[in-house]
Ligand binder design. Structure first.
Ligand code: NAD
Length: 294
């Protein structure tokens, strides 16, 4: 084996990798691994048989099932949960007696304090992870092979996390060329409650405002231009996925919504009282902050 291919050899799976929930994120993981030269079998397990059928047809997975009883568990030493976060606990209950202690279990979920519950069920072999990459599209048919490349990947180890399993998860994400960052599950949920979950809530609410302000004389949905469409693209996201995220991160969501209401009130008051200079100053400050983001 030459040096270059030895460097690219996966060091996280000996037998095979199972993705539970073969949608956009799970499919993109499988495609990304193949793109980087991953040469072990990739399996899929999904409650929707169509997802498995499509995954096989598109060459995303080698084999797949819609039933735990059909899975050859002895062929699998790495499991990744890629279904909505509200399904994780039940999946962990089903997995716990089927996999060995040597099998690493990780996830792609958008909220991370559920790691503690997963550890209670699966023990220290569970390692929480969250790729900061995605889209509003759902389903394996939209998956892409470079989704994770160069993107941030958060790992949320706890004092219980087994070091070997942690290393295997790190190796997987290094293999996919992500930029890995470690943080506690609590800090993760606080940060992403504000920078990701709140914007999704606001986008859903903004589309709802159009619905509420339309009437029999005027259908506001006929008029949105690029600004409205850019702003609300993420409101076309999967409702089950976002319901689960909002509920799993409820306390941070409520805090963020409260702060957002206060920001809207500031703007409301400046407009109501026609404080022309202050309004310009306020908009100027925010505009600079936003421009500095890019
Ligand atoms: P998706 O809707 O494209 O795919 C989810 C898949 O899970 C579907 O095929 C569905 O049939 C399957 N599924 C549902 N319940 C299941 C169960 N009980 N057992 C097995 N399979 C089940 O969703 P996605 O965008 O791929 O998101 C998957 C995960 O990734 C979620 O946990 C989400 O929080 C996380 N995530 C998503 C994004 C994003 O932008 N889409 C970004 C980061 C993290």
């Amino acid at each position: 084996m030459d040096k270059a291919s030895a460097k690219n050899k996966p060091t996280f799976v000996e037998k095979g990798l199972l993705i539970i929930g073969l949608g956009f994120m799970g499919g993109s993981l499988a495609k990304g691994l193949r793109k980087q030269g991953f040469d072990k079998p990739i399996y899929g397990l999904d409650i929707n048989p169509q997802a498995i059928k499509k995954g096989i047809e598109l060459g995303v997975i080698n084999q797949g099932w819609d039933n735990y009883e059909k899975v050859p568990w002895e062929e699998i030493d790495f499991v990744i949960l890629a279904s909505p976060v509200g399904t994780f606990e039940k999946i962990a209950q089903k997995l716990k007696d089927k996999i060995t202690p040597q099998t690493t279990v990780s996830d792609l979920g958008s909220t991370k304090r559920l790691v503690y519950r997963m550890e209670e069920i699966l023990g220290p072999r569970f390692v929480g992870a969250h790729p900061i990459a995605g889209t509003e599209k759902s389903g394996v048919e939209y998956s892409i092979d470079n989704l994770y490349e160069g993107k941030k990947l958060i790992i949320t180890p706890t004092s219980e996390t087994d070091k070997n399993h942690l290393q295997r998860v790190v190796n997987l994400w290094k293999f996919l060329k992500t930029e890995i960052e470690f943080m506690s599950p609590e800090l993760h949920d606080y940060i992403f409650g504000v920078v990701s979950h709140l914007p999704h809530a606001v986008a859903f609410a903004l589309v709802d405002t159009l619905r509420a302000m339309s009437n029999e004389k005027i259908d506001l949905f006929k008029y949105p231009g690029a600004g409205f469409k850019d702003f609300t693209r993420i409101a076309a996201s999967d409702p089950v996925m976002w319901r689960d995220i909002f509920i799993a991160n409820k306390d941070n969501m409520l805090k963020a919504i409260d702060h957002f209401k206060r920001s809207l009130e500031t703007l409301e008051n400046l407009i109501k009282e026609e404080k022309i200079e202050e309004l310009k100053e306020y908009l100027n400050e925010i505009s600079i902050l936003r421009r500095n983001l890019d």
